[in-house]
Design a protein around this ligand. Structure first.
Ligand code: UD1
Length: 377
């Protein structure tokens, strides 16, 4: 199936890769993007203010979906919608609550209300949700039973006691499946849960198949390297390139699922192209658990920097300890499997970093700001 896909946030990191992939698969592509300075500030832009990496084969509309008529104006001839536009910093969302909620929740509301009010040709919707809505990942007790523990409290974290426990028993992290109850711990995560539920509910009411993809920690080329609020791989790269040690929260043994942007774009492209009439949420991860320390050492090695991370033994409020994906459901339903290993994916990221503009390291200022707001303790 081909058609015309509208990608909101299409000039961003994930959106631009999806743009390339949809064009390759024969779709017409329109990118709608507000070109937020926090995301695009340090990227190389063309004379019209668009990032130079954006595929010239796509139509471009610069605008904010919150502004009157912008989204409606972009809908002409569109058969497939992929909604990626969002503000995406977890720590920042805890202070810029109005902005985040306006951009994310009201942004989704504008998109959905427009689809329900105006005549259009949209037949299929995909929306970016996030692993953040899980809160803590899934764990097992000693007897093997599954458990979704509450997030760690301030008292526990103040003791620098990082691992999860339940009634004095230590818990072992296991892959998190879509059935795990959602326990969002930040405004960003709450916004993303709302996003997902709003899209699934209105998509169902309108009879338009809608798929929410719960993205795990996405990395790869075109990632915003100088945005200190988002993406540990990018943050560590900008530290290392500037000959500074990565700043590691807790003890660095917390684990995440780092999924390469190629696999994320492939997941969006595949669910958009499919003709399954469903309304559901799916994990998009690598299925592999990697610690923050491993990330720091791998990056130092690939960048040829003999710089060890600085373990802060401080915690970022709202951070979870471990979360990595059970990727079985998306494979069973859509046949999607990750294609990039951590090693190959990281090598692709570093190849791009070598030719990208040198990032500005803003980590210390960001850490200072989060400490003043009592968001790093
Ligand atoms: C969060 C969201 C995720 C979102 C991602 C990018 C949660 C649970 N997940 O992931 O949905 O896609 O942000 O916005 O809210 N770290 C350091 N030093 C740093 C930066 C980070 O040690 O300078 C650590 C963090 O404490 C965390 C890990 O690295 O343990 C990953 O952090 P980050 O890349 O910000 O993403 P998450 O918080 O996992």
């Amino acid at each position: 199936m081909t058609g015309h896909v509208l990608i909101t946030g299409g000039a961003g990191f994930i959106g631009s890769h999806l743009t390339d992939m949809m064009l390759e698969r024969g779709f017409e592509v329109t990118v709608l993007d507000c070109l937020s300075p926090q995301v695009h500030g340090d990227a190389e832009m063309d004379v019209d203010g668009w990032p130079v990496y954006l595929n010239p084969g796509a139509h471009r509309i610069r605008g904010d979906i919150l502004d009157d008529g912008v989204f409606e104006g972009a809908l002409s001839g569109v058969t497939h919608l992929c909604h990626l536009a969002a503000s995406v910093g977890v720590g920042q969302s805890m202070t810029n609550i109005v902005d985040y909620t306006r951009n994310n929740v009201m942004g989704a509301a504008v998109v959905l209300e427009t689809l329900s009010r105006v005549p259009h040709t949209v037949q299929r919707i995909a929306v970016a949700s996030s692993m953040s809505s899980y809160g803590e990942g899934e764990y097992r007790r000693i007897d093997g039973s599954a458990v979704a523990p509450p997030t760690r409290g301030h008292d526990q974290l103040a003791r620098r006691d990082w691992e999860l426990e339940l009634e004095g028993e230590s818990l072992a992290p296991v892959p998190t499946s879509e059935d795990k109850p959602l326990q969002p711990t930040s405004i960003y995560a709450i916004n993303k849960r709302d996003h997902e539920e709003m899209f699934l509910s209105v998509g169902r009411a309108l009879g338009i198949p809608t798929i929410a993809l719960r993205l795990f920690n996405v990395y790869g080329s075109r990632q915003a390297l100088s945005n200190p609020y988002t993406g540990v791989a990018a943050i560590f790269i900008s530290r290392l390139i500037n000959d500074q040690p990565p700043l590691v929260f807790e003890d660095g043994e917390q684990r995440r699922d780092f999924v390469h942007v190629h696999d994320v774009a492939n997941a969006f492209a595949t669910v958009l192209e499919s003709d399954l009439r469903i309304w559901d949420a799916f994990n998009v991860g690598s299925g592999q658990a990697v610690s923050v320390n491993e990330m720091a050492f791998t990056l130092a090695h690939l960048l040829h920097k003999n710089i060890a991370p600085r373990i802060l033994e401080q915690y970022r409020v709202g951070d979870i300890r471990h979360c990595f994906a059970d990727i079985g459901k998306i494979e069973r339903v859509f046949g999607i499997r990750p294609e990039r290993s951590f090693e190959d994916g990281m090598a692709e990221l570093i190849d791009w970093v070598r030719v990208a503009r040198k990032p500005t390291d803003r980590s210390e200022a960001c850490l200072q700001e989060l400490s003043v707001s009592k968001l790093v303790v």
